[in-house]
Design a protein around this ligand. Structure first.
Ligand code: ARG
Length: 473
């Protein structure tokens, strides 16, 4: 990044003193907004084409601008471009370079436009591009979760409430709950994109412009769904970014919940899943350790994404219309959120996937220990509700059934037996409504199979739900 005093700023006409050196560095955004160079050039090319279309530029001027900007994009991508702090931001750096290359036509590019509508347009274009990348990655994660869910449709584990064993469920059913959250995130993102995809360009500094611009033309060139209907709002609105960051916060909240479960399940106390070495690290002092770093980091990163949302809301809350320099502070939290979301989704989609082995086999990065899950489901009297439901079907009132089962559980705690391990005679001590068919309902398989309705945990329903979820994807 150069900082030479000789660079001439495009707005110094009314100034008699140079900018204070620290103020120049303090106010520059080029260090972080240069990542929008492609969208800035794309927007400028569309603007130049529109200006030629309405007769403000000649065809020759338009062509010189388009060629010049295209060459500048090449310079940037080859790492040859000299960014300058004195030129503040990505917009003025590129415009200045254009003028150096093509002369007077370059100086005409900014006709009928301001950096205020230019930056608002660039940020929207940039975010739109990133949303499309993020939406794909989210779908990849969902597809991998659905594959696991299908394979684990019959795998039994304890379901929890209050983190206490509640009722047996299938692991596939649990994974489908994750997918439901992500499916809503997917739909919310598509909806957010609609409001991102409006074009501020043409709002100029705040009030519009005196040139006979054709905003619909520019919007079509740039693939926007429409133009911002009010110029003051157009330059100052950052709701679209706030909405994306709210979306990102909900997504990270979900990923953080999944992470919490994976961390618990991978612990020596639960031992429900094995996470492959590729997604864990060791300890520099304790040789036995294998830490679930990936889920832990993702859980931690939810903090910065929530924080960025709060930053953005706070940046906006005190601003009078229209543009204020405060808005320059929108970029770092937004960009950080985009980067964080992309990283978290990528690592999660990979972790829920597999490594293809030389013999073609799939080595999954997350493998359930089915026997351990099953044991845990047997240990917590998870079929107690099934026994109560059985009694109700045999004519006992639910409250009485609850009491009878409570006594049976107390007996089980004392004798160290699960309900399914008691003899018929032992069970009949508590109610003569219990017959020898009771064991069909007290087994884990019987329990999950009985919850056979839409949204229930029965393996058959899980398989069905996987198919319909794939269709929605
Ligand atoms: N770098 C500025 C930003 O990010 C561009 C707009 C500057 N506009 C202005 N009137 N100073 O917001």
């Amino acid at each position: 990044m150069s900082n030479e005093k000789t660079v001439e700023k495009p707005w110094t006409g009314r100034f008699t003193e140079p900018t204070d050196a620290f103020v120049e560095a303090f106010g520059a955004s080029v260090g972080f907004d240069q990542r929008m160079y492609r969208q800035d050039i794309q927007g400028s090319i569309a603007h130049a084409k529109m200006l030629a279309h309405v007769g403000v530029l000649t065809a020759a001027e338009r062509d010189a601008i388009v060629t010049g900007l295209t060459q500048i994009q090449g310079e940037i991508e080859r790492g040859e471009f000299q960014w300058s702090i004195a030129l503040e931001d990505v917009h003025m750096n590129i415009e200045k370079r254009l003028t150096d290359r093509i002369g007077i036509a370059g100086k005409k590019l900014h006709t009928g436009r301001s950096r205020n509508d230019q930056v608002a347009t660039d940020v929207r274009l940039y975010l739109r591009d990133e949303i499309d990348v993020i939406a794909k990655e989210l779908k990849r994660l969902q597809a991998n979760i659905l594959d696991h869910a299908e394979r684990e449709a019959d795998t039994i584990m304890p379901g929890f409430t209050h983190l206490q064993t509640a009722q047996p469920i299938t692991f596939g059913h649990h994974l489908l709950a994750w997918n439901e959250m992500l499916q809503r995130d997917s739909e919310r993102l598509a909806d957010c994109r609609k409001r991102v995809n409006w074009m501020p360009l043409g709002s100029a500094a705040l009030a519009g412009t005196t040139y006979p611009i054709d905003r619909e033309f520019t919007a079509r060139e740039l693939g926007f769904d429409g133009v911002c209907r009010n110029s003051l709002d157009g330059v100052s609105d950052r709701d679209f970014a706030i909405e994306f960051m709210s979306w990102a916060s909900i997504l990270l909240m979900h990923l953080s919940r999944f992470s919490e479960e994976l961390i618990l399940w991978a612990s020596a106390q639960f031992r429900f899943v094995e996470i492959s070495d590729a997604f864990c690290t060791g300890s520099s002092i304790m040789p036995q350790k294998k830490n679930p770093d990936v889920p832990e980091l993702v859980r931690g990163k939810s903090g910065r994404v929530f924080g960025a949302l709060i930053s953005m809301l706070t940046i906006m809350k005190g601003q009078p219309l229209a543009y204020n320099k405060d808005n320059q502070e929108d970029k770092e939290p937004l960009f950080d959120t985009i980067d964080t979301v992309k990283g978290c989704l990528r690592v999660y989609a990979d972790m829920l996937g597999y490594a293809a082995q030389p013999d073609g086999a799939k080595k999954y990065h997350i493998v359930p220990r089915k026997e351990v899950m099953r044991e845990a489901a047997l240990r917590g009297f998870s079929t107690a509700t099934d026994l109560a439901d059985y009694l109700v079907r045999n004519g006992v009132a639910f409250r009485d059934a609850h009491e009878i089962v409570g006594k049976s559980v107390a007996y089980g705690v004392k004798t160290g037996k699960d309900l399914s391990e008691m003899t018929l005679a032992e069970l009949q001590q508590f109610s003569d409504a219990i017959k020898d068919d009771v064991f069909n309902y007290l087994t884990l398989e019987g329990s999950v199979a009985a919850r056979n309705h839409i949204g229930g945990t029965a393996p058959e329903r899980v398989r069905e739900a996987v198919l319909s979820a794939r269709q929605r994807l």
